[in-house]
Design a protein around this ligand. Structure first.
Ligand code: HAM
Length: 419
């Protein structure tokens, strides 16, 4: 019978490398925790309509990439392709916006997009995200961007860039859109692109085909057509970013794959990842609360790709996480020794030391191999002769030094060395 395999395009993380995945997720979330964001655990599936309305009908995500299914009650559900729509839905449903604003939330977990799998592009992708809902203070935009930057920096990453722009708002975008549509109408476009220009002209700017790019050189840019309040907002964001020590590149042609963005919009790209270079992105979505039936409150957030950030760390040859499974490996040689060391394992774990035991009736050689593989710093070997002498052998697995320690002192000796 053929063995089962994981679904196509789904990365798995298992020891010893999974510790790096956990460390990346932790590093990306830590700055948000230090800035007053509370954790939200979101459903992995939602009503399909939430994403259709929230993410936007014209987006690739909604048109081509959703995992949609009918449940047994005939409801259309979709595996979440992103987190913002769910956070906004939960904020409205639970009245989180009735307290002090902004509502600051962070989340982490898997998202699902039926994309064509390739290196760094998965069908189950992991993100760490934040959303700050209820204020359009430009200092909050700068905070959100700085939190992402801090997450990457804390991992030691350096070959990444922040691309930043403003997409304007409901005041200035419609007029700009008209200008762009008019510009695109005068170009020699194929039928598909012409159709796209009707539905979402901004996305045409992002088309990577050289023959199209050559025609787009003189296209009007939204940053040149911002209304005074959007312009002031964007200037303030940049001033606060400078104060926070964050560097960016102006990216007036930046187009994001989701429709809800307004004003500040950004993407972090890593130069060592090839085509799938986006390690995180986000921006303002000042119309989304209203669109999903809530109060007309603004919002801003990001989603950082945990998988791609891990790939970026590998590309920069950074060591992240601690692949050791334990600090101490206990090797009992005989039944009495096992009783003694099993009891010690409990005491050490209660004290906060990570401990594993050579279970099974293993001979010394096999057990010591297990000790090496575990990544432990110390092994405790206890044989009959040691028991008679009332001591155990403490081996330093790095220096290979060995010392005899009285059995009654083992707990305090190890705590002294490790805690
Ligand atoms: P997004 O740009 O679609 O934004 O995704 C955020 C990040 O998730 C990307 O920059 C990338 O690192 C990662 N990612 C996306 N798709 C894949 C994939 N197929 N394989 C691997 N990694 C992927 C959002 O999802 C928005 N909800 C972010 C946001 C929050 N905007 C405002 N608030």
């Amino acid at each position: 019978m053929a063995a089962f395999t994981a679904p196509k395009g789904v990365p798995e993380y298992y020891p010893p490398d999974s510790s790096a995945f956990l460390a990346v997720r932790e590093a990306l979330a830590a700055p948000a925790r230090r800035a007053g964001y509370g954790y939200i655990e979101l459903p992995v599936f939602e009503e399909t309509g939430l994403f259709v309305r929230g993410v936007g009908e014209s987006t690739d995500v909604v048109r081509k990439e959703m995992y949609t299914f009918e449940d047994r009650g005939g409801r259309s559900l979709t595996l979440r392709p992103e987190g913002t729509a769910g956070v906004v839905r939960a904020t409205i449903e639970h009245g989180l916006d009735r307290g002090q604003l902004p509502v600051k939330l962070w989340y982490a977990g898997p998202f699902f997009r039926a994309e064509r799998p390739q290196h760094g592009r998965y069908r189950q992708l992991q993100q760490v995200g934040v959303e700050a809902i209820g204020l359009d203070d430009p200092a909050l935009d700068a905070e959100v961007v700085a939190l992402a930057d801090e997450g990457y920096r804390s991992l030691g990453l350096s070959s990444y860039r922040l691309l930043l722009t403003s997409l304007g708002d409901a005041q200035c975008r419609p007029a700009y859109r008209e200008l762009l549509v008019e510009f695109l109408r005068r170009l020699d476009l194929d039928e598909d692109t012409r159709a796209r220009a009707q539905v979402n002209p901004l996305r045409v700017l992002d088309d990577k085909r050289p023959e199209l790019q050559a025609q787009l050189g003189a296209a009007p840019l939204v940053v040149d057509h911002l209304c005074p309040s959007c312009k002031e907002h964007y200037d303030d964001v940049r001033r606060h970013l400078s104060a926070l020590g964050v560097q960016w590149e102006e990216a007036p042609r930046l187009v994001r794959g989701l429709d809800y963005y307004t004003r500040t919009t950004f993407e972090f790209v890593h130069d060592g990842l090839g085509a799938q270079s986006g390690i995180g992105g986000g921006g303002r979505y000042d119309g989304l609360m209203g669109l999903l039936g809530g109060q007309p409150l603004s919002g801003i957030g990001f989603g950082l790709g945990t998988d791609r950030t891990l790939l970026a760390c590998q590309a920069e040859e950074l060591t992240v996480g601690d692949s050791a499974r334990c600090d101490v490996y206990l090797v009992p040689l005989g039944a009495t020794a096992k009783d003694r060391l099993v009891a010690l394992s409990g005491e050490l774990r209660r004290a906060g030391v990570r401990v594993d035991v050579a279970y099974g009736e293993r001979a010394m050689k096999g057990a010591m191999k297990g000790a090496d593989r575990s990544g432990a710093t110390y092994a405790i070997v206890l044989g009959d002769r040691d028991l008679d002498a009332g001591e155990a052998q403490l081996k330093d697995l790095r220096s290979h030094e060995q010392t005899a320690v009285p059995l009654d002192d083992l707990l305090s000796t190890l705590k002294g060395k490790l805690l």
